[in-house]
Design a protein around this ligand. Structure first.
Ligand SMILES: Cc1cc2nc3c(=O)[nH]c(=O)nc-3n(C[C@H](O)[C@H](O)[C@H](O)COP(=O)(O)OP(=O)(O)OC[C@H]3O[C@@H](n4cnc5c(N)ncnc54)[C@H](O)[C@@H]3O)c2cc1C
Length: 405
């Protein structure tokens, strides 16, 4: 079977790429997606309480794909952000850094449950008529103007293969593309909690010695927590009974949301830094977690991933409109040149912040106090931080800037 674009992975990155191509006029019949997971049939894989902060660029992209309006009942605005830096035993956590998280176009970020996001994007792909195959590939080979992907019972042929198959990307491994990175030795405990005080749209991140603890606003009396903890402590907490878990969460939140009344969902995610040395190979492009995995403390992983998908869709659409090869080396080089620097910068920023804050050494604490204080007193620096988080630089793909392709 011959197609233009073969996408491996039906997560948010793979499905948004397919929809971005369709938004640019590519026929659904020219795209095929394969995914190894039975989830392709719609069943959830296991507990995943992740609720992601999506920036204004991602919101514009999802609007163009027709997904945002379907998410309106579960997209909660983040109106401001406060940071604090304290030891666990301190029961008062003063604000170090505070910023209004709004642009002229509305809130900087919205919190959206990953399960709903994935299901919405998948539904839209199916409704558009994209063929989705539940299969694990056996191998692939680029030859001349084509790439073939082999499965146990069939072969797919196309002009470009896209690896959107997640952090452990079997496609990246098969292509022999090395990565930089390491495991953090931290696990993110993600949970949805109910609390007695309203949050008024404020997000809070406490930098504790064993890792950052974030409270992210959902509806007024519910928040999502992302709590990065040393792996051994996290394992103990996850194995404990619900009352112990609730007390542990309350100790980290230190009264910022009043009493913690209940934990609705909880899941665990081992953390790693991973950056592919190359985002491309012959007739192959890597997007999102297949290309880069960053610490969640800045809430930027999928925002970067959506930007990859939007950029790749734009470049492919340009080529196809001119009757050119959508998997040609110059297109792939342009994609890599536009996306790898942004991912590297975010990987090193989050790495630096995690190293600076996730410890209790006194000299580093002083540096941290100075660092955040300086940022807080420089409106220009704050503006730049906000603009970066908004995903709206002149180098961003058009669908991220709210323009058509
Ligand atoms: C704790 C935590 C909090 C986070 N918070 C944020 C946040 O606030 N904001 C943000 O932007 N990002 C955040 N992220 C990052 C975000 O969750 C990921 O970047 C995103 O979910 C990755 O999507 P993806 O489509 O690349 O990969 P996945 O969702 O992993 O999808 C990959 C797909 O590939 C399939 N697959 C795997 N192997 C094969 C194979 N052999 N053949 C075919 N298919 C295969 C899988 O079945 C899956 O469907 C967070 C991450 C963590 C861990």
């Amino acid at each position: 079977m011959s197609r233009q674009i073969i996408i491996g992975g039906f997560g948010a990155a793979g499905s948004s790429l397919a929809l971005g191509l369709i938004a640019g006029g590519v026929s659904a019949g020219d795209i095929v997606i394969f995914d190894a997971s039975p989830e392709v049939g719609g069943a959830p894989k296991g507990p995943d309480a992740r609720i992601l902060a999506l920036n204004a660029g991602s919101r514009r992209f999802l609007t163009a794909l027709g997904a945002w309006e379907r998410l309106s009942d579960c997209a909660w605005p983040m109106l401001s952000m406060a940071l604090s830096d304290t030891a666990l035993e301190e029961d008062y956590r003063p604000k170090l850094f505070d910023m209004a998280a709004e642009t002229e176009g509305g809130p900087l970020s919205h919190l959206v449950p990953l399960g709903r996001l994935n299901a919405t994007l998948r539904d839209l792909c199916r409704e558009a008529g994209v063929e989705v195959i539940a299969a694990r590939f056996a191998g692939f080979k680029a030859e001349g103007e084509r790439i073939t992907v082999d499965f146990a019972d069939r072969t797919l042929e196309g002009r470009l293969l896209v690896a959107a198959d997640g952090a452990n990307s079997p496609i990246r491994l098969k292509a022999g593309i090395p990565t930089h990175g390491w495991a953090y030795g931290q696990t993110a405990i993600v949970a949805t909690i109910r609390h007695s005080l309203a949050h008024h749209g404020e997000a809070v991140q406490h930098f504790l010695p064993s890792g950052p603890f974030a409270l992210l606003p959902l509806d007024e009396y519910r928040s999502s927590i992302v709590w990065s903890e040393k792996a051994a402590i996290a394992a103990e907490i996850l194995a404990s009974d619900p009352a112990t878990q609730l007390r542990a969460i309350a100790a980290r939140a230190a009264g910022w949301r009043g009493d913690i009344l209940g934990v609705e969902a909880i899941s665990a995610h081992p953390l790693q830094l991973r950056l592919s040395r190359r985002f491309i190979a012959e007739r192959l492009a890597l997007v999102a977690d297949a290309a880069h995995v960053v610490h969640p403390l800045a809430g930027q992983g999928l925002n970067l991933g959506f930007e990859d998908s939007a950029m790749l869709a734009e470049l492919i659409v340009e080529r196809l409109r001119l009757g050119l090869d959508p998997g040609a080396p110059d297109m792939l080089e342009t994609y890599q040149a536009r996306r790898r620097p942004a991912a590297s910068a975010m990987a090193f920023t989050t790495e630096g912040i995690n190293r600076l804050f996730s410890n209790d050494a006194a000299p580093l604490r002083m540096l941290r106090d100075l660092g955040a204080g300086i940022i807080d007193r420089l409106p220009g620096a704050k503006r730049r931080l906000i603009a970066a988080a908004a995903g709206a630089s002149s180098l961003s793909p058009r669908l991220f800037r709210g323009e058509a392709i």
